[in-house]
Design a protein around this ligand. Sequence first.
Ligand SMILES: Cc1cc2nc3c(=O)[nH]c(=O)nc-3n(C[C@H](O)[C@H](O)[C@H](O)COP(=O)(O)OP(=O)(O)OC[C@H]3O[C@@H](n4cnc5c(N)ncnc54)[C@H](O)[C@@H]3O)c2cc1C
Length: 498
Amino acid sequence: MDADVVIAGAGPTGLMLACELRLAGVDVAVVERRADRTGEARAGGMHSRTLEVLDQRGVLDRFLALGELQSVGHFSGIWLDFDESESRHPLPLMITQSTIERLLEEWAGELGVRVRRSAEVTGLHQDESGVTVELGGDEPATLRARWLVGCDGGRSTVRKLAGIDFPGTPATMTALIGDVELPDLDEEYIWARRRPDGEFSVIGFEPGWYRVITSAYDRVADRDEPATFEQLRDSLTRLAGTDYGMRNPRWISRFGDAARQAARYRVGRALLAGDAAHIHFPAGGQGLNVGVQDAVNLGWKLASVVLGRAPERLLDTYHDERHPVAERVLHNTRAQSALTRPGPQTDALRDVFGSLIVFDDVNRHLCAMLTALDIRYPIDGDHALVGRRVPDADLKTSGGVGRIHELLRDARPVLLDLRGDAELAEAVRDWSDRVDLVEARSEDEHWPVPPGSEVAAPAALLIRPDGHVAWGADLDARPDIPALRQALTTWFGPPRRP
Ligand SMILES: Cc1cc2nc3c(=O)[nH]c(=O)nc-3n(C[C@H](O)[C@H](O)[C@H](O)COP(=O)(O)OP(=O)(O)OC[C@H]3O[C@@H](n4cnc5c(N)ncnc54)[C@H](O)[C@@H]3O)c2cc1C
């Protein structure tokens, strides 16, 4: 074998997955079609749950140092206020995709990930023991691995080679986007200014640089038609009546509102994650976030299977948990796309929607959806936190003070005992090679659960490496030890001594 896992694509999803697999000790090779990093700005930010997962791994400070936190967000251009009590990192971080990719690749390098550039996946053959991956590009080659994950973007070759359908809805509009200088602009920014035949925004991105976005509804551009500076300038002039002296394009691109999702996230030994598994209108800035969170859901599961600790069926939970998440993103971005269309009917709809969004519950509901803080995976169990991401509560341990997300640095599962219960230590002993037992105290009586809810601090929680709760016990009841052992077996494999 050349590697346990080959990842196609060194975008944000592929790089994050590579880091997750390396943290678990898996030998991973990333193959990337491009000779260099794209340098394309593309995504402009990361939401709360993505910041939390980077914090779980101890690398968030690198991103915070190069981005800027925003106090507001939007749903289809209508402002939202983020509730600062929902998370330790509640606000979106404005940071370009090129910077995110650079930081992820640096971290991957530190963990020993091999990234092979100018290497394009062109062929795939599966058998019982592994996959053979054909590479085109500068130096055609063949790689043999046990698993292949296609993180190769919306036009994924892996998805096509694996024969996975990509149903959905075609684009109904075309938007142009570019990072340019606008010397004649005398406003700080222009936000979603609507016109009878489209809308435009101008957002200050870095000192002297603006991101211009123009949307047109009278035609749908061919996917392969190049986006040019002249098109962006013409489009802005048509909508704004001026080009604000537009010059010096750093990056120009085009996007639409096509929304498609892979029918299956796994066929045999080939899996999909990120844009390879789902594409949608980039409204609300969710795409990169969903991809990074796909990677965090898949990484530890694939590692457990590769290392022989869990059966292959654990991988089916990746589809079961993440497919509905992206399905919901497609749904909310279709709604956002509908709310951007020109015309008096949409103007009226936006007014009504805007009058509803000021209600706290509506604002909180939409924020929790866009930030992915409200995700609850379909995991068996009675406790109110089962399936949810664990809140990052403060802890007191024998070693001092800390917090829950810090316990997930090594991407290992944690049984958190908040009551000092000898039964728990006994129950987890048979998994002690795979699961860390941590005894601690929580000073808070209640923990926040987005959107706008809370639960009583629990007596114990079994936390998966992705930060989601697999089992829990309340303070006022005895822990259900058979259910704990069942959860340990389901997620982390059979006990050492049956
Ligand atoms: C204009 C725009 C604005 C956006 N804004 C936001 C935002 O604010 N927030 C947000 O979260 N998302 C945003 N997105 C979406 C975001 O850019 C994508 O969701 C994100 O890039 C997906 O990451 P990925 O790693 O899954 O795929 P990609 O970033 O597409 O990476 C795929 C990689 O695979 C490589 N590749 C392709 N084919 C092969 C092959 N056969 N073999 C080997 N390598 C291959 C590619 O070269 C590429 O490097 C925006 C998108 C656009 C277009």
